[in-house]
Design a protein around this ligand. Structure first.
Ligand SMILES: [Zn+2]
Length: 165
């Protein structure tokens, strides 16, 4: 809930609209170039008279789809960055890093928890479970005052399973 409130408080709807809006404007410039390029080469063969001919619509859809396909890492990074910001807002507001980590584990039901850095950069519109849990545990380490007495007393195990306290 803190995460979703973060999207609202941090104005992600408006910021996303502006950033995607810029990509759409650039996309129309690409569309103009791509249609002119294609019609110069194949326009006569296709029987398309010009950029104002309604028969150019399928080509426009293909070019625009291709443009946004190529921009997948860019649009995903825009989204992933805002999702990370919302995670941080949620942690600062709810102060429940273990809750965040539990939710991230549950999301692993349908999201790969530990992708490679390249895979996360290209395909992930939200941070991976690894990134989110690491951030939650870093937040927890940086805010010991937010921990309950029960959490402080809970044994901490290192990577070999040995109790450290
Ligand atoms: Zn979100």
């Amino acid at each position: 809930m803190g995460h979703e409130m973060g999207h609202y408080v941090l104005n992600h709807a408006y910021k996303g609209l502006v950033m995607i809006g810029v990509l759409i404007v650039i996309g129309f410039a690409f569309l103009n170039w791509g249609i002119k390029f294609s019609l110069t080469r194949w326009g006569e063969k296709w029987g398309v008279r010009g950029i104002t001919d309604v028969a150019v619509l399928p080509l426009a859809v293909i070019l625009f789809s291709f443009y946004f396909f190529l921009l997948t890492p860019v649009t995903n990074t825009i989204s992933r960055t805002m999702e990370y910001e919302a995670d941080m807002y949620g942690l600062n507001t709810a102060q429940q890093p273990d809750g965040e980590a539990n939710v991230d584990m549950l999301l692993g039901e349908y999201r790969k928890l530990d992708p490679s850095a390249l895979e996360e950069f290209i395909f992930f519109d939200h941070p991976s479970g690894r990134t989110r849990i690491t951030a939650a545990m870093r937040w927890k380490a940086e805010h010991p005052q937010a921990s309950s007495a029960e959490e402080v007393a809970r044994p901490i195990f290192d990577a070999k399973g040995l109790c450290k306290n």
